[in-house]
Design a protein around this ligand. Structure first.
Ligand SMILES: Cc1cc2nc3c(=O)[nH]c(=O)nc-3n(C[C@H](O)[C@H](O)[C@H](O)COP(=O)(O)O)c2cc1C
Ligand code: SF4
Ligand code: SF4
Length: 442
């Protein structure tokens, strides 16, 4: 049986599944129940300084539902912990003593001055917790007060605050990044420059869930006004995966430990984050939607996967897929794929024909001998994958890679075994300019 135990910045946990800083980790009662259910660790709901913050007394959460009412996206305008700091600190101390084998990291957010950070770090370190996570990601409310994403959107601030924290605590420092930026590599590099031991990402994405067209009020709202919230849940996973991979493959942050967050709902999601460079993962929405017991499936699913593929530990999986992530210009333009329909499973719904006919390359026929029949016309197919993506029957349409030497019926060209990307392609104007310049020099 594969070993699920993990060590992240020296912090041990029996499995890589931590609950992210959010309502599931808001208090002792929740965290104890989470540990009883089997979670490997938690990042305690973000603590601030001074008087507890005040949340709105109306809808602070809202969901994007699929037609069968599955939660695919989740939005919140909740602030950081609205419980007294002393209460939180006392509970953190008790929980850590009672559960020494679980990871207990504390999320923090205080005003952007060194004294405030120093003060809270001293108090938090005294609880015996395992580490701190700097919340530079909260996109609403706290960011209007100069904290959270207001810091996370300015690499210089990230570096400065991280440096203060490294100076004023012996605990490992994780910097939690906001996705509400243009290029996540810059904040990650700033965190590393400031001395961060790790980064975690993503926090939530600026979002409005909708508009009530009868009242012309955005949704969710407090009375007749709303404000953007933070989006999370399954819908954000692709965005988070890309950001994790960008940091993992950036030479400037190579080797910086990553805690992956964003839409993780199944063991498979977690394995994908780990394969793209995360050393552990954090979960929020899935626990809020399905409850703490999902961790049993996360653990057993990941262990089975590791066993089936001969990985002895989670650490062996970390970053395995990172080398597969590249820039578009490096993709092999001699790779030719064509769609194939498995007639034995096709239910003849016709959706593939409609989408290819209307929006792609008119490469799927709809009739044969006067009867409904759907077949790929290879002479038109560009292998775009649209039909594969919309077919309601799993594996009914697949992509076949043409072998070198085969003829591409669309172009009439014989498929080359050579790897040739945009940088070497004759149509690349930059290549032509470079070649022209080289010729002129001679
Ligand atoms: C209701 C709610 C409250 C949250 N509060 C915090 C918080 O206090 N501190 C923090 O760093 N992140 C907070 N988050 C963000 C989560 O920790 C996490 O980064 C985000 O939800 C993405 O993960 P998920 O898709 O698994 O939910 C909150 C998220 C939700 C849904
Ligand atoms: S979408 Fe799939 S099931 Fe429907 S006709 Fe096309 S191949 Fe058949
Ligand atoms: S892969 Fe694209 S072009 Fe080819 S049949 Fe499917 S939708 Fe049409």
């Amino acid at each position: 049986m594969a070993d699920l135990s993990c060590e992240f910045l020296g912090i041990k946990s029996p499995n890589p599944f931590w609950l992210a800083s959010a309502p599931p980790t808001d208090k002792e009662y929740n965290v104890v129940r989470a540990f009883e259910a089997g979670w490997g660790g938690v990042v305690w709901k973000t603590l601030g300084e001074g008087d507890p913050v005040v949340n709105v007394n109306g809808p602070r959460y809202s969901a994007l539902l699929s037609n069968d009412r599955k939660v695919i996206g989740f939005n919140n305008i909740e602030l950081i912990s609205d419980r007294p700091l002393a209460t939180n600190l006392a509970e953190i101390r008790r929980v850590k003593r009672a559960w020494p084998d679980r990871a207990l990291v504390v999320s923090l957010m205080v005003p952007c001055n060194e004294e405030s950070w120093k003060r809270i770090l001293t108090m938090v370190e005294d609880t015996g917790c395992d580490g701190v996570e700097l919340n530079f990601g909260c996109p609403h409310g706290m960011s209007e007060r100069g904290m959270g994403a207001a810091v996370g959107q300015v690499p210089e601030y990230i570096e400065m605050v991280t440096r203060w924290c490294k100076q004023h605590t012996r605990l490992p420092v994780i910097v939690k990044l906001t996705p509400n930026i243009t290029d996540v590599r810059f904040p990650a590099r700033a965190a590393r420059s400031g001395g961060a031991d790790a980064v975690s990402l993503i926090n939530t994405i600026n979002s409005i869930m909708g508009v009530n067209l009868e009242t012309m009020v955005m949704h969710p709202s407090i009375g007749d006004q709303g404000s953007h919230g933070g989006y999370c849940g399954e819908a954000v996973k692709p965005i988070a995966l890309n950001m994790v991979a960008e940091i993992a493959r950036d030479p400037a942050t190579a080797g910086l430990p990553i805690s992956g967050i964003g839409g993780i709902t199944t063991w498979r999601d977690a394995a994908e984050f780990i394969a793209l460079g995360a050393s552990n993962v954090q979960v929020c929405t899935a626990a809020m939607v399905y409850g703490f017991k999902i961790v049993a499936n996360l653990n057993s699913g990941l262990a089975n996967f590791l066993d089936a593929h001969g990985y002895k530990s989670v650490a062996e999986l970390v970053g395995r897929a990172v080398p597969s992530v590249s820039d578009w210009r490096n993709l092999n333009l001699n790779h030719i794929g064509k769609a194939v329909i498995d007639q034995s499973t096709c239910i003849q719904c016709g959706r593939c024909h409609v989408v290819c006919e209307d929006t792609s390359h008119q490469a799927i026929s709809s009739a044969k001998n006067g009867r409904r029949h759907f077949e790929i016309l290879e002479e038109h197919c560009v292998g775009c994958n649209l039909c594969v993506s919309i077919c309601p029957v799993p594996e009914c349409i697949t992509m076949r890679t043409l072998k070198p030497g085969e003829k591409d019926l669309r172009t009439g060209a014989v498929v080359s075994a050579e790897y040739a990307n945009w940088t070497t392609h004759p149509n690349n104007p930059m290549r032509q300019i470079a070649e022209q310049a080289a010729a002129e020099e001679q």
